[in-house]
Design a protein around this ligand. Structure first.
Ligand SMILES: [Zn+2]
Length: 402
């Protein structure tokens, strides 16, 4: 503490230069911490035909426009969502207009949503500190999560392999709580756990997730250093040795879907792959993403259905039905390639090809109001409705050993 000046007078105002330095360092601290998205918009486009889709794909290759696809161009029936930095809004909108591509504004100002999200996190953290209770209806940072382990028929669930899909890690934490509290109480889960082990990895992309908290909320990949490029990060969900490197992933380290230098080059992927292969008894793999409200099964990289297509399709239908009964949320389901898009090197294709028959990807809420910035008030409803769908898949695996 500083000694009080004699007479208790208020301290003299700081000299102007000192104040300037303080203001400057404050600004510097602000710019060094969080990337700002003030004025950035997310545009939603329904392309009319393949030609328009190609024009949109060309946008991704134009690195100076810095368009960030939240939903990449896939097929005319599916919307394309893209975040456009404020500084390039005019050019991108001109490009769309001159190409005859119509769009709507899905998010007017990305920063407004980010500010709300941050405000909610701060308030929730304060409350948790004062009540020493974890709040499931708020987004949290890395340090608050953990995992577990064992050897019987097993179920793998991962959330957060894409860093910015925060609803998934939050759903993962709630699911862990649900499993722990329902065991011994709820008969289906209790019976599943008496026969099988559940492995839940909540923060599957830890450095990417940390980066979404510290620097850039909308970061998707991990933070791998790419030799010979200034761009960082590999998409861990394009890095699996299953159709690795084909169309539906990129060989450009600056792309959001960069597949990495070789299959399983990324520790996030290699560690899961090694664990599953060593364990040898995984029957279920559920990899949770957002957003779109879809339940997907293999393949993403090849057109031919799997040998188990009918069974997987029926199971997906039952799971989606169970999900919709909770809050009325509608999901579509089907093979990745025909339901969403061609995707190579993805988790569930690899798992299926390594004898994990019941391999599914969830794309959680929503269908494109908030996209990756789903309000925290939707965490619990999302987790609640996802749970019976997960349980449906687990129960089916228990009843149909192979
Ligand atoms: Zn994802």
């Amino acid at each position: 503490m500083l000694p009080m000046p004699a007479g208790g007078r208020a301290p003299a105002p700081l000299p102007l230069t000192m104040r300037a330095v303080l203001i400057l360092s404050f600004l510097l601290a602000a710019t060094l911490s969080q990337k700002m998205f003030s004025g950035d918009q997310v545009l939603r486009i329904k392309a009319k035909d393949e030609k328009q889709l190609q024009l949109l794909r060309d946008l991704e290759d134009s690195e100076d426009l810095k368009v960030d696809f939240w939903h990449a161009p896939a097929r005319p029936s599916l919307p394309v969502d893209m975040r456009v930095p404020f500084s390039n809004l005019k050019s991108v909108k001109n490009y769309l207009n001159s190409s005859g591509i119509s769009y709507t504004i899905m998010i007017e100002d990305v920063q407004v949503l980010l500010d709300e999200e941050r405000k909610g996190m701060t308030a929730s953290r304060r409350l948790e500190r004062s009540t020493s209770s974890f709040r499931y209806n708020s987004y949290h940072t890395l340090e608050e999560f953990s995992t577990g382990n064992k050897t019987r028929p097993a179920i793998w669930i991962d959330t957060g392999i894409h860093a910015r899909e925060w609803i998934t890690q939050a759903t993962g934490v709630w699911t862990a709580m649900k499993i722990a509290t329902d065991y011994g109480e709820e008969p289906v889960l209790t019976d599943v756990l008496n026969h099988m082990d559940i492995f839940l990895e909540v923060v599957t992309n830890p450095d990417g997730f940390a980066y979404t908290h510290s620097m850039n909320r909308l970061w998707r990949k991990n933070r791998a250093i790419n030799p010979n490029s200034t761009c960082k990060g590999v998409d861990p969900n394009r890095n699996w040795r299953s159709g690795f490197g084909g169309a539906g992933s990129s060989n450009n380290p600056c792309s959001e879907t960069y597949h990495g230098p070789f299959p399983h080059s990324e520790p996030e992927v290699a560690s899961i792959a090694n664990f599953i292969q060593k364990h040898k008894h995984f029957k279920v793999l559920i990899s949770i993403h957002s957003y779109s409200q879809m339940l997907l099964y293999p393949y993403g990289y090849r057109k031919e259905p799997t040998h188990d297509n009918e069974e997987l399709d029926n199971l997906a239908r039952d799971a989606v039905e169970a999900l919709s009964q909770v809050h009325g949320t509608e999901y579509v389901y089907g093979r990745t390639i025909s339901t969403i898009y061609v995707a190579n090197g993805i988790t569930i294709d690899w798992a299926y090809e390594h004898d994990v028959k019941y391999s599914f990807t969830f794309e959680l809420r929503d269908t494109g109001i908030y996209g990756f910035l789903l309000p925290a008030s939707q965490i619990i409803p999302t987790a609640e409705e996802t749970w019976p769908a997960i349980l449906t898949i687990m129960k089916h695996a228990r009843d149909n050993p192979y």
